[in-house]
Design a protein around this ligand. Structure first.
Ligand SMILES: Cc1ncc(C[n+]2csc(CCOP(=O)(O)OP(=O)(O)O)c2C)c(N)n1
Length: 493
């Protein structure tokens, strides 16, 4: 590092945050001169303490320099910017229903940092961030801008990621809006049509096969367009295989709309199965006919998509044991990534395949096999270049409210220990959901590590369709709200 300055005012070359930096370095130097950069050491030896430190923290006012008071404000503003990045999720609008209580936190309030609107308006935004969007002129605008990014329909937790490049990349993508999906009118209509199919399918099943289990996706309907978006991205990137694992929730809908399983086949599985006797799962002790088959919401499937280059999508069959499929899907993925054509230790090609793991919110944090699988995600022998996880978060596990089912704030908190980025997104905002997918996909592609999307919705009915929604579903929501939301989404320009 080369530092220039005349002998007279060498310290006056430093302004704003740099002054804080020099102060910090000087204190380090006092403890151990070798702890600082060679050029700084020479300066400290030659010129002594920075003059603003010598004058008891008051910077000389000559020469248009920043006062100590301004310096303090600047440091506070930096803390506030950092706080919005770290804690903005606490105020985010990610719950479509069920948590409408006050979500404000003093952690992102300027007052907490002794800052007023006028303090912030006097501060140039470029002192705080290097690439503020053009409409952001001062620090007040900047805080507002950051709040829209970190406390909107999507929110983010990145602060636990120790790698500076990764964290900076993620913050940059969020703050610049580079990952925001922008849909044309036609694309909006496509998404709406897909959502109508998703919901129509569930309603048809509900009305036609009354009381039969289907583990409706309703409340998390956007999961289907999100999966479509991910798979399409993969196909455009010449990914050969997408391996998927999921439990019962929404599985029939994913089979129909992502795996292309014909409706007739699904209906026939409802029509031909004497429901109650054929259900060896979800706590039932019902008789089954010699385990000759499985229940319809455990079946897997596969499908090829794409014209010139094809991508094979595989949904693994699932046992009743929640999340046990996680390591199986990772094994499938690694198996197709490994190059077994040359002798020796098989080298994986992470661009050839990726996995999508869909988890229940209670199961993600409650089932130990999830932690075991996440732990393997960076091991040479098991890694798959990053899996994309979606927590199908309907805020309830069977009959258990999250307050009685986990000791952490979010269902996704387990992933923090594995340094994985977490994106929370409101399942009733289609554009936010697709943007969350885009960020997750791009992150996986760049850093080849796992990423978590916490898709926050609700459960329209009971746990399955044999139980009583009025008693089991605390988050029942009227059709009208959904219609209102979809209609505003359709207000195309
Ligand atoms: C290993 C295992 N433990 C317990 C169960 C029983 N069980 C079935 S569904 C369920 C609740 C799961 O809740 P969540 O993960 O939130 O998924 P949801 O059904 O709400 O979508 C439980 C405990 C099981 N099937 N497997």
């Amino acid at each position: 590092m080369a530092i220039k300055g005349s002998n007279d005012n060498v310290w006056h070359a430093f302004h704003g945050p740099n002054m804080g930096y020099i102060e910090e370095q000087y204190e380090l130097f006092l403890d151990d001169p070798d702890a600082v950069d060679e050029s700084l050491r020479q300066m400290f030896e030659e010129h002594g303490a920075p003059d603003w430190m010598q004058s008891g923290g008051v910077e000389p006012s000559t020469g248009g320099q920043v006062s100590a008071q301004d310096m303090k404000k600047l440091t506070s503003a930096m803390k506030l910017v950092d706080a919005v990045r770290r804690h903005g999720h606490l105020e985010a609008d990610i719950f479509p229903v069920g948590k409408q209580d006050d979500r404000s936190t003093p952690l992102v309030d300027p007052k907490t940092y002794d800052l007023t609107e006028s303090d912030l308006k006097q501060m140039d935004a470029s002192v705080l961030v290097s690439d503020a969007p053009s409409h952001v002129k001062n620090a007040w605008d900047l805080i507002h801008h950051l709040k829209t990014r970190y406390s909107g329909k999507a929110s983010y937790e990145f602060n636990h990621i120790p790698d500076d490049d990764e964290r900076e990349w993620l913050y940059n993508k969020v703050e610049t809006g580079a990952i925001d999906v922008s849909l044309s009118d036609e694309e909006k209509i496509e998404v709406l049509k897909r959502l109508a199919e998703v919901e129509g399918f569930e309603q048809f099943l509900g009305k036609t096969f009354v009381g039969q289990k289907r583990f409706s996706i309703e409340g998390l309907d956007m999961m289907v367009p999100m999966l479509e978006h991910m798979v399409k991205n993969g196909n455009e990137d010449s990914v050969e295989h997408v391996m998927m694992g999921m439990a019962h929730r929404g599985r029939l809908n994913v089979l129909a709309h992502i795996l292309g399983k014909p409706y007739e086949l699904i209906f026939s599985e409802f029509a031909h199965s004497p429901d109650k006797e054929l259900v060896p799962s979800e706590g039932s002790s019902g008789i089954n006919y010699g385990w000759t088959g499985d229940v319809k919401y455990h079946f897997g499937g596969n499908r090829e998509i794409g014209d010139e280059e094809t991508t094979k999508i595989t949904l693994a069959h699932n046992p009743s044991h929640l999340e046990f499929v996680n390591p199986v899907v990772e094994g499938y993925t690694r198996a197709v990534q490994d190059n077994r054509e040359v002798s020796g230790y098989a080298e994986p090609d992470f661009n050839k395949a990726f996995s999508i793991q869909i988890h229940g919110d209670a199961a993600f944090i409650g089932e130990g096999v999830v932690a075991e699988t996440l732990n393997m995600s960076q091991l040479d022998g098991y890694e798959t270049g990053g899996s994309i996880h979606i927590i199908a978060n309907n805020l309830i596990g069977f009959t258990t409210n999250h307050k009685d089912g986990r000791s952490t704030k979010y269902a996704s908190d387990l992933a923090k220990g594995f340094e994985m980025p977490i994106i929370h997104v409101n399942a009733d905002d289609p554009v936010a959901c697709l943007s969350a997918v885009e960020l997750a996909y791009q992150y996986r592609k760049k850093f080849q590590k796992d990423v978590i999307i916490d898709l926050v919705g609700y459960r329209r009915y009971g746990h399955n369709e044999m139980d009583e929604p009025r008693e089991l579903n605390r988050y029942y929501i009227s059709q009208l709200i959904i219609i209102k939301q979809l209609t505003s989404f359709l207000l195309v320009t």
